[in-house]
Design a protein around this ligand. Structure first.
Ligand code: DAH
Length: 371
């Protein structure tokens, strides 16, 4: 019996036949739908039409159900059972098909929104990536990350600080008072509201002291700014990495130990020699310039070390009591050391770059040498 023929309700056998035909018509509709390869959304729409056609109020099934009441009592039971089984099969078929469509809809969504959470910038920096034009790490960033790794392995925390600072953090808290001549050496860009672009990462010392209780060991890398006359070795924007350790009984020996460890890791040498010369910085007392024996001539004298045999590398010293006090630390109980590493200088030494202006030139001919 075709789906649109009037059913004969004369016997249970006829009901069975009608049910079989409806079921096979239903199954071939589902098969046709699945072989169409429609999108899950279109598939769901078509499935809803099939559901209405086969199980809705105006469906043949409903008509058959309604005709049950006209059957003789002896046949009603069997015919009713047949129709109920058919109804169950149709509903189950719809439900399973719907589930399949919803699953493939979800899978398509997940595939579309897939994010590789393991992707990081070191991946971007790999050769294969940069050759596809996706960029690579700037040499300064690379050196910064390397140094961060050394210090974190030594138990230091990495801190950050704002580029726009108050005079307090940039000068006063570092024992550089308003009329102190040291301010002249660090002329900077002032904002209308009286704030300024930080001239050094030493500001991070102050923030480190205020936000940590001793003992602590911190480093703070970042950009710094000065109103400089720009030439091959001076830029108005450059990079430093500040470090500070505060604990009971910190001595110059601790400072030398950490600086030597850092430098031998950076230059990959365990026979590195360092020396301290007096150096003046208002926030350390005593203050030093730390030199390393020239790596090029091993101290004999060459053009790189200007025939001195030593290379000036980083200023450092023991934290001045006024600085500790400004950071809410009692200098009678605690002492500390601090240092400020010029990152651009290190980069220039490492990669033999002869002009600091290359670093911020954004010139691809320069940058592509660091894939
Ligand atoms: N902030 C200084 C500058 O930019 C560098 C410096 C010197 C940092 C001595 C220090 C230090 O932590 O102890 O010139």
């Amino acid at each position: 019996m075709a789906a649109d023929q009037e059913p004969s309700a004369s016997s249970a056998g006829t009901f069975q036949q009608a049910a079989d035909q409806l079921k096979s018509a239903f199954e071939s509709r589902l098969e046709a739908l699945s072989s169409q390869g429609a999108s899950p959304d279109d598939g769901l729409k078509a499935l809803e039409e099939i559901r209405i056609q086969f199980t809705g109020k105006k469906s043949e099934l409903s008509t058959l159900m309604a005709s049950l009441k006209d059957l003789p009592k002896s046949e009603k039971g069997q015919a009713g059972k047949t129709l109920n089984l058919l109804k169950r099969d149709l509903e189950l078929g719809i439900k399973e098909f719907k589930q399949k469509l919803e699953e493939s809809k979800k899978a398509a969504e997940l595939a579309r929104e897939w994010i590789d959470v393991t992707l990081d910038d070191t991946y971007l920096a790999s050769n294969t990536r940069s050759h596809r034009g996706l960029g690579s790490l700037h040499p300064t960033t690379r050196i910064q990350y390397e140094i961060e790794d050394v210090f974190t392995s030594l138990g230091f925390d990495i801190l950050d600080g704002p580029h726009i600072e108050t005079e307090f953090y940039n000068f006063e808290a570092l024992n550089i008072h308003e009329n102190h001549p040291a301010r002249d050496m660090q002329d900077t860009f002032y904002l209308k509201d009286g704030n300024l672009l930080r001239t050094h990462t030493s500001t991070i010392q102050v923030r480190g002291m205020m936000n940590n209780k001793p003992p602590f060991k911190v480093i703070g890398p970042g950009k710094v700014f000065r109103c400089e006359k720009i030439d091959a070795s001076h830029e108005s924007t450059f990079h430093q990495l500040e470090g500070m350790m505060v604990d009971k009984d910190i001595k110059v020996a601790h400072l030398i130990y950490f600086m030597k460890t850092l430098l031998s890791r950076i230059f990959d040498r365990d026979d590195l020699e360092v020396r301290l010369r007096p150096g003046y910085f208002p926030f350390v007392e005593p203050g030093f310039e730390l030199d390393i024996r020239c790596l090029i001539c091993e101290g004999k004298g060459c053009s790189v070390c200007k025939q001195v045999g030593w290379l000036e590398l980083l200023p450092c010293g023991m934290s001045h009591p006024n600085v500790l006090r400004a950071g809410n630390i009692d200098p009678d109980e605690y002492s500390g050391f601090a240092f400020g590493l010029g990152l651009d200088r290190l980069v220039m030494m490492r990669f033999q770059i002869d002009d600091i202006r290359h670093l911020h030139s954004a010139d691809l001919r320069f940058l592509q040498q660091f894939p």
